[in-house]
Design a protein around this ligand. Structure first.
Ligand code: PLP
Length: 396
């Protein structure tokens, strides 16, 4: 039985829990890599919090203030457990941020400068999201102003598989390599970047920071297996509200992560949403979520392969139906050879198909031309893929 048939009832029950999806049957939301839709359980949790316990956290000592402080503390542990941390808070910590961009900038601003010494080298990706390139360059500039010279090297790519070139990475490592930044799932090509191989390539001592914006909420993320030092993600891409996200820090390689500055009031109702979202995702089953999303993506690439005017970006060999190469984790990006991607985006919207059409915030070594990205989640179904393919087939 195919995954889509096997998980059909599971998907139908989950889809019914998204009011914005069921309330708009003529529209297909195909931009979940930008932000996810929210299930009723998350909307209810926010409503419940705001109507029963809304107060500030970490300040007052009355009932609602204590309940809010407890919510924030509990959700820290919830995030750590969701990421497979076996002993939350023994060494590790969770810091709430507004999303992956702020999270990576916080690591670059408040941790990296304490870790690096003059002459150190760091290795960072330049064809991933710019949020995972610019903060490290900012840190380099900041340190240069203090007389500390840091060399920034590019995390090597294999142009055929669009995966990192783990062998070339091993060749870049020297005794001055002090930090590596990587991405778990690529936000344009949709590939799992096999980050477990990075640890093998760089050895046991180099801290690794993982941009997990496109993996948390889409597939099981286990800090035990990955052996990385930071996991940074956006809660709003994982069913929670906008303005939520977190940095998980292992705190065993290099200094302890202690975000500086005065942050003031935390996003308490966002944190209530994040707690509910992680409960919801655990109940849905991250492994089934992954199987569903990759099966939908495969249905789309299978269809696009038969349409001559379209070029699918990313790993070519994984387009074959029987490919054993990595699958696309619910993200498929393509171009029409004759129609500009922005025009294509408008045309698809006029058919109720909401996709992302632009350069996708890729850093400097990314694609030069814009493209159309379809990104899927559990509320999407095979009929939406077929509808999209049928519109694409009809375009000249
Ligand atoms: N990193 C990746 C891989 C992303 O896909 C995104 C968002 O599209 C980000 C970082 C930035 O996330 P946010 O806008 O939530 O800060």
């Amino acid at each position: 039985m195919t995954t889509l048939t096997e998980l059909h009832d599971w998907h139908r029950d989950l889809r019914a829990q998204f009011p914005i999806i069921t309330g708009n049957p003529d529209r297909a939301y195909l931009d979940s890599a930008a932000t996810s839709q929210k299930p009723r359980a998350v909307l209810d949790a926010v409503q419940r919090y705001l109507t029963t316990a809304n107060a500030n956290a970490g300040r007052g000592t009355y009932t609602w203030a204590n309940a809010t402080t407890a919510l924030v503390d509990r959700t820290r542990t919830r995030v750590a457990r969701f990421l497979g941390d076996p002993a939350p808070q023994q060494h590790s910590g969770v810091h709430f941020v507004s999303g992956t961009t702020e999270g990576l900038r916080t690591v670059a601003r408040d941790w990296l400068p304490h870790h690096l010494r003059d002459g150190d080298e760091i290795i960072v990706p330049f064809a991933d999201h710019q949020a995972n390139a610019l903060p490290w360059l900012e840190a380099q500039r900041l340190l240069a102003g203090q007389g500390v010279r840091i060399t920034v090297r590019e995390l090597p790519y294999d142009p055929a598989s669009h995966d990192y070139d783990h062998r070339a990475l091993a060749g870049l490592v020297t005794d001055r390599t002090a930090f590596v930044a990587a991405t778990h799932v690529h936000h344009v090509y949709g590939g799992d970047m096999n980050v477990h191989r990075i640890r093998a390539a760089v050895g046991p001592d180099v801290p690794i920071c993982l941009d997990a914006a496109q993996s948390v909420g889409h597939l099981p993320v286990d800090v035990g297996t990955l052996d990385v030092d930071f996991v940074v993600f956006s809660g709003h891409k994982a069913m929670a509200l906008p303005g939520t996200g977190a940095v998980w820090a292992r705190n065993t390689r290099g200094p302890v992560f202690t975000p500086g500055g005065w942050n003031g009031t935390p996003n308490t109702c966002g944190i209530a949403a994040l707690e509910a979202a992680l409960d919801w995702l655990d109940a849905a089953g991250p492994d089934r979520v992954r199987r569903w999303n990759t099966a939908l993506a495969a249905r789309l690439t299978d269809g696009l392969r038969t349409l001559d005017p379209y070029e699918v970006l990313g790993c070519r060999s994984s387009l074959a139906a029987d490919s054993r190469v990595q699958q696309r984790e619910g993200i498929v990006t393509f171009r029409h050879r004759g129609i500009g991607s922005n025009d294509l985006g408008f045309v698809l919207d006029s058919h109720g198909l909401m996709v992302r059409a632009d350069g996708h915030c890729q850093a400097r070594a990314g694609e030069r031309e814009s493209s159309v990205r379809v990104s899927l989640h559990v509320y999407n179904g095979p009929e939406e893929i077929d509808r999209l393919l049928s519109v694409l087939r009809g375009l000249r």
